[in-house]
Design a protein around this ligand. Structure first.
Ligand code: CDT
Length: 312
């Protein structure tokens, strides 16, 4: 019997630096209500969905930086999101900047959570592949300082049995790395949720065309789905945000690798699809039957080192 869950990608238009959390949550609540009207049971929001994409600015004052971080989840402003989703019986994925105090030390992560139909946090992920740089780089038209503001995630790529499926998460740059998908694939993932903030132009290559960047955005997700027999809901924060253009192109991808729904604006927009979680089983038991076909004895170099070895 089919295991269908109606999933929605809640693409968000730009969030200005001056916009309050309460204003952003209001927009998200409107998206949740529209998703409910369209029959969705699970809604995916973008990476760092509660604020502007602050790593585009170099900041030395950590009080200024920390204003972009959530001290608790849910907190005073986000509680309304949890309450609305629970009242509607909808689960959701949310990306945000996380403060964690552990043994008297403050840690900062680029984080996502899955919240189940009852409003409980069913899973947490902390971004592993942090792109960009640590210090100010004057040759860039805008900065990308994720390596300055976040620690590398310390939770690996967990999957969670919740809401009737095996659910996984990643964040933005993670989608470009096949290792992200394969680790979750090895855990039987059936649906990967991911949010992103991707500039429409390459800050280091003025000649890279926008359509090529969009192709990279899509083929990485499509390949990840096909090669691991999983669904994905991949959701942008899009549009002209504080002087920087972010690409849209949010998609829902089937385990075949096909795009089954795609956003066509750079604004708050919903995409919805009835995803049969059993659909990935065919790939998983045939061409990508890992137990039958993988050859881990020759993959050692992938985990032994990060950089490539130049041939002699
Ligand atoms: N947020 C994020 O990870 N964005 C990156 C852009 C990297 S440019 C240094 C991405 O991979 O889309």
């Amino acid at each position: 019997m089919a295991r269908v869950i109606t999933v929605a990608g809640a693409q968000m238009g730009p969030i200005a630096r001056g916009e309050t959390r309460a204003e952003v949550v209001e927009r998200m609540v409107a998206l949740l209500r529209r998703a409910h009207e369209r029959g969705a049971k699970l809604v995916v929001f973008p990476e760092l969905a509660l604020t502007t994409f602050f790593p585009r600015w170099y900041m030395e004052d950590w009080n200024e930086v920390d204003a972009f971080f959530e001290k608790e989840m849910p907190g005073p402003d986000t509680q309304r999101l949890f309450d609305t989703a629970r009242d509607l019986g909808i689960g959701f994925y949310l990306g945000y900047a996380e403060h964690e105090h552990r043994d008297g030390v403050l840690h900062r992560f680029n984080t996502s959570i899955i919240v189940d139909f009852e409003g409980r946090i069913a899973g947490k992920y902390r971004k592993v592949h942090l792109p960009g740089h640590t210090d100010f780089e004057g040759h860039r038209p805008w900065q990308h300082l994720e390596k300055r503001y976040f620690e590398v995630g310390d939770l690996g790529f967990p999957v969670f049995r919740t809401m009737g499926g095996i659910m996984g998460m990643c964040l933005c740059n993670d989608r470009r790395w096949p290792e992200t998908w394969r680790v979750m694939g090895m855990k039987g993932v059936e649906l990967v949720m991911l949010g992103y903030n991707t500039p429409a132009a390459n800050s280091l290559s003025a000649t890279e065309p926008p359509h090529v960047r969009m192709m990279h955005n899509h083929i990485t997700v499509q390949a990840g789905c096909y090669q691991n027999g999983t669904w994905a809901v991949s959701v942008a924060k899009a549009g002209h945000e504080d002087g920087c253009d972010l690409m849209g192109g949010s998609i829902i991808v089937a385990p075949s690798g096909e795009i089954v729904a795609q956003a066509h604006t750079l604004a708050d927009e919903l995409i919805v699809y009835d995803a049969d979680l059993d659909e990935g089983r065919f790939n998983k038991t045939t061409i990508f039957n890992f137990a039958a076909h993988r050859r881990p004895e020759v993959y050692g170099i992938i985990t032994e080192r990060a950089g490539m070895i130049e041939p002699d």
